[in-house]
Ligand binder design. Structure first.
Ligand SMILES: [Mg+2]
Length: 244
């Protein structure tokens, strides 16, 4: 029997979860001990034009080729990892410029403040993992007055989709990965990171882009999918034990 799903929250259970047995057989829900968020496009309104950034770094033709080979999305940091140092530096400068432009227009995602207040009231920890720079995380903390701890930026290697940052947070929190949910708007980074770490995953898909058939056969599918952060609260209420 799958996890209980809130239809009102439009969340849906996408695939079997190795630890769901405990919940289904005993009727006991997993105690949720921590929530780890992605930053750009999850806690903040998407402001970075990623396709334009990828084109600027890779060039039109290379971007089209890589995109065609990677249906779940382009791993720009991974692509430039093996470039010669001078080209890599140029690429990082371009990426940093797009990120800087994004920071100027930074806005908190609707529902983020409310969701964090709910988690605080239940004493559920909040962490953050981003492929953005540490300075962007610092600015986010300063500007919106909500702190995530730990907050790992791309200076922490290896970054998402590697499960290492999530496993690192779990070990600092002294919790098991299957007591944590990773929430993010990227299938290839957030869901892949969460899945590989053995955590629950929730995909924020505001525009339903991942409903497209091209994502039907991706390796890592989310346990839950929502179209807004406001829906996350009911997903958590229905599927987890949130008692402090
Ligand atoms: Mg994101």
């Amino acid at each position: 029997m799958p996890l209980l799903i809130s239809s009102s929250a439009k969340a849906f259970f996408l695939s079997a979860f190795p630890h769901s047995k405990r919940m289904s057989n005993s009727g006991v829900k997993t105690r949720l001990r921590g929530v780890v968020f992605d930053m750009d496009g999850t806690l903040t309104v998407p402001v970075i034009d990623f396709p334009a950034m990828y084109r600027a770094v890779l060039g039109d033709e290379e971007y089209r080729r890589i995109k065609a080979e990677n249906p779940s999305g382009v791993d720009i940091l991974g692509e430039i990892e093996a470039w010669p140092p001078h080209e890599q530096r140029k690429a990082y400068d371009t990426i940093a410029e797009y990120e800087r432009q994004g920071l100027d227009r930074l806005q908190i995602m609707p529902g983020a403040t409310e969701l964090c207040a709910v988690l605080d009231s239940k004493k559920i920890r909040r962490g953050l993992i981003t492929r953005n720079m540490k300075s962007a995380v610092d600015l986010f903390h300063e500007r919106f007055g909500i702190t995530f701890s730990p907050a790992l930026s791309r200076e922490f290697r290896p970054y998402k989709p590697d499960p290492a940052p999530l496993l690192h947070i779990c070990s600092l929190w002294e919790v098991q990965p299957n007591e944590v949910i990773m929430i993010g708007d990227s299938l290839k980074d957030d869901v892949a990171c969460g899945r590989q770490a053995g955590a629950f995953t929730c995909l924020l898909d505001q525009k339903g882009i991942y409903d497209s058939p091209e994502y039907a056969d991706v390796e890592f599918k989310p346990h839950f999918k929502v179209t807004s952060l406001a829906e996350v609260n009911s997903v958590l209420e229905v599927n987890f034990n949130l008692l402090p």
